[in-house]
Design a protein. Structure first.
Length: 71
Protein backbone atom coordinates (compact mmCIF):
# COMPACT_ATOMS: atom_id res chain seq x y z
CA UNK A 1 0.00 0.00 0.00
CA UNK A 2 1.12 3.52 -0.74
CA UNK A 3 1.38 6.08 1.97
CA UNK A 4 -0.76 9.09 1.38
CA UNK A 5 -0.85 12.19 3.50
CA UNK A 6 -4.50 12.75 4.47
CA UNK A 7 -3.74 16.48 4.78
CA UNK A 8 -2.42 16.73 1.22
CA UNK A 9 -4.91 18.38 -1.07
CA UNK A 10 -5.35 17.87 -4.78
CA UNK A 11 -4.60 21.05 -6.69
CA UNK A 12 -7.73 22.94 -7.64
CA UNK A 13 -8.17 23.19 -11.39
CA UNK A 14 -10.06 26.12 -12.88
CA UNK A 15 -10.69 27.19 -16.44
CA UNK A 16 -8.18 29.71 -17.78
CA UNK A 17 -10.12 32.88 -18.65
CA UNK A 18 -8.00 33.45 -21.76
CA UNK A 19 -7.69 30.08 -23.49
CA UNK A 20 -10.23 27.92 -21.65
CA UNK A 21 -7.65 25.30 -20.73
CA UNK A 22 -6.96 23.86 -17.29
CA UNK A 23 -5.17 26.12 -14.84
CA UNK A 24 -3.92 25.20 -11.37
CA UNK A 25 -5.39 27.67 -8.90
CA UNK A 26 -2.90 27.67 -6.10
CA UNK A 27 0.26 29.33 -4.78
CA UNK A 28 2.39 27.26 -7.15
CA UNK A 29 0.91 29.01 -10.20
CA UNK A 30 2.15 32.58 -10.21
CA UNK A 31 -0.09 33.43 -13.17
CA UNK A 32 -3.35 32.31 -11.56
CA UNK A 33 -6.13 32.31 -12.58
CA UNK A 34 -4.40 32.10 -15.97
CA UNK A 35 -2.55 28.98 -17.06
CA UNK A 36 0.55 30.79 -18.32
CA UNK A 37 2.30 34.11 -18.65
CA UNK A 38 1.15 34.26 -22.29
CA UNK A 39 -2.53 34.04 -21.34
CA UNK A 40 -2.08 36.62 -18.58
CA UNK A 41 -0.40 39.03 -21.00
CA UNK A 42 -3.09 38.52 -23.65
CA UNK A 43 -5.75 39.42 -21.11
CA UNK A 44 -3.79 42.43 -19.87
CA UNK A 45 -3.30 43.60 -23.46
CA UNK A 46 -7.05 43.41 -24.09
CA UNK A 47 -7.70 45.57 -21.02
CA UNK A 48 -4.94 48.03 -21.94
CA UNK A 49 -6.28 48.46 -25.48
CA UNK A 50 -9.84 48.82 -24.14
CA UNK A 51 -10.90 45.53 -25.71
CA UNK A 52 -13.11 44.91 -22.69
CA UNK A 53 -15.84 47.49 -22.33
CA UNK A 54 -19.03 47.82 -20.38
CA UNK A 55 -22.12 48.75 -22.38
CA UNK A 56 -23.13 52.38 -22.30
CA UNK A 57 -25.93 53.22 -19.90
CA UNK A 58 -27.44 55.89 -22.11
CA UNK A 59 -28.60 55.17 -25.64
CA UNK A 60 -27.41 57.31 -28.55
CA UNK A 61 -29.36 60.53 -29.12
CA UNK A 62 -31.34 59.02 -31.98
CA UNK A 63 -32.76 56.23 -29.79
CA UNK A 64 -35.20 56.53 -26.93
CA UNK A 65 -34.80 54.89 -23.53
CA UNK A 66 -36.18 51.44 -22.86
CA UNK A 67 -37.07 48.43 -24.94
CA UNK A 68 -37.97 49.50 -28.50
CA UNK A 69 -40.56 46.69 -28.70
CA UNK A 70 -42.55 48.32 -25.90
CA UNK A 71 -42.73 51.73 -27.59
Amino acid sequence: MGTQDPNAMKPRLVRCPACGGDSVYGPGNRFRPFCSERCRNLDFGAWASEGFRLPEETPPDDQSFGDPKLQ
